[in-house]
Each structure stands twice: as C-alpha cells, then as structure tokens.
Ligand binder design. Structure first.
Ligand SMILES: [Zn+2]
Length: 279
C-alpha cells in the first residue's frame, strides 16, 4: 500500500485528482487520522457563523491540504503539532505538545502568508512545538515541497498559500478529537479501541467526537472567511455546544487552555474542566 501511495504522490495524482483520493477511502491506509472521507468532507462544511461554505476556490485549496500531513508527516506521536496529539512520544526529545497553541500558531502562519507579515507565536507555544512546526512549514514550503507542487496547478498567490495552511490547521484540529480522547471511563480511545477494525479513527466510535470535530471545522471556516487566526474560544465553543459530557474526555484540555490564556480559562473553567481529563 505504501508503494502505491508513493507512486501516486510522485505522479502527482493525489494532489491533482480528487477522485484519486477517494479511491483510498475503503482502504483506510492512514493509521492515525480520521479516514480520508472525513478529512475531505470538513473543508466543504458551512461556516459556524454565516452558515455559508467557503468559496469554490476556498474549498478546493483547503481540501488539497486535507490529508497532506498524513502523506508528508505521518505519525501523530512523531509530529503531534500536525495531528492534534498531546505529546511527542517518538524520537528525541519527547515532550508534551500543546494542541491549542499549535493550532493557533498554524492559523497565525496562514494569516501571515495572506498579509505578508511575520506570524506571532501564541502564549503556551513551547519552543519544542514552535520548532516542530517551523521545521516543516516555512513561508516557501511544507516538508520541502514548494508551493508550485503543493498547489498542484492552482495559482501560487498569497490567498492560496494561506488557504493551504488553513487546511493543514484544519487537519490537526479535527484530528484532535480522534487522537487525544478518552472514553467516559478514562480509557484511551486508540486504534485498537473496541476492535482493530473500528478504533479511534472511525467516526461512529464514540460518535460525539466526530460531531465535535465537525463543529471545530465549521468554526475554523468562519475564521478562514475573514483570513483571521484561530482562538482559544474555538475550544470553548466546542466544549459548550456540540460536546456531550457523558461521551468522552479530551486529554490535558484544561492545562493547555490555561497555558494559552489563563484568564480566559479561569472565566470558562467549568466548561473546559468538564471536557478535560488529566493525563
Ligand atoms: Zn492526521
């Protein structure tokens, strides 16, 4: 399977042709992500605010990046910043990874590309997480691939570069609800949860996780429409609206929210804490 994917990547098929991506759906070749159907569906959702979707071009470009991180940087415990995971466990050094700060920083990078400004690092972004992102995502490339390659025939301009990076952020922040969740009894929902066939990446397993991922994507779409950064309030809204407290818990949510903005966290502590599990 890996050979097929590599061949397809060399040919550019996966980037050029949406139908090629869909042919991989049944195979679920990526362990450590919502399946590609799910990821490819998020960019076409309606904005949480206006209830309008992105423009046709917006959907197309965000979708180009929908599973790029699974192809270029697979391994959520190796590249946690790109797959909504709580820590870097593989390689040296290992460290806790603040998925809220990483998400905001990824969207700051999108905004920076749009405005040709230098993205700021949010509070709570450790030097490890910053370097975990900056090493692979520069103003000119992602994992060494240039914009011409990444944008696959679409116009290389500030808007499309920004949309692509928003797509990378969308992948990670929706992966969060696949990778960093625990069931109501505190058991980690991993890829062997329930059975080897239906684990963490399956939307129907503890399905409220997927509902939360969809709302998070919709909230991000509202930001994308304004070419603005993501915010800690995005995590509050998910915890307050679609989240079913009897369904699952999100690892280290409260700790990470506190690191990013302690006064905001303190104001909404009750909402964050009910979704949180200390791990
Ligand atoms: Zn992923």
């Amino acid at each position: 399977m890996d050979d097929i994917i590599e061949e397809s990547q060399e040919d550019g098929d996966l980037l050029d042709n949406t139908s090629e991506i869909i042919t991989f759906d049944d195979v679920d070749y990526v362990v450590g992500s919502w399946d590609s159907t799910a990821h490819n569906g998020f960019p076409a959702l309606e904005s949480y605010e206006s209830h309008n979707p992105l423009s046709e071009n917006g959907i197309k470009i965000v979708k180009l990046a929908a599973i790029i991180s699974d192809k270029e940087l697979p391994g959520f415990d190796t590249y946690p910043q790109f797959h909504g995971f709580m820590s870097k466990k593989v390689g040296t050094p290992t460290y806790q990874s603040n998925y809220i700060a990483s998400y905001i920083y990824l969207t700051n990078k999108a905004v920076g590309l749009y405005n040709s400004t230098t993205p700021s690092a949010p509070a709570g972004l450790s030097s490890y997480d910053k370097s975990g992102i900056d090493t692979y995502l520069t103003t000119s490339s992602f994992n060494g691939k240039t914009w011409t390659t990444l944008l696959a025939g679409n116009t290389v301009n500030a808007t499309n570069k920004a949309l692509f990076v928003y797509g990378i952020a969308m992948h990670s922040v929706t992966d969060l609800y696949a990778h960093s969740t625990y069931d109501k009894d505190g058991n980690y929902i991993d890829h062997k949860y329930v059975s080897e066939l239906i684990g963490a990446d399956t939307p129907s397993v503890v399905s409220n996780r997927f509902e939360c991922a969809e709302v998070m994507a919709q909230i991000l779409i509202a930001h994308i429409k304004r070419f603005e950064s993501g915010d800690i309030s995005d995590f509050y809204t998910v915890a307050n609206v679609p989240y079913d407290w009897s369904s699952f818990k999100l690892g280290r949510l409260s700790t990470y929210a506190q690191q990013v903005n302690s006064s905001y966290y303190n104001t909404y502590k009750d909402v964050f804490d009910i979704m949180n599990i200390n791990k």
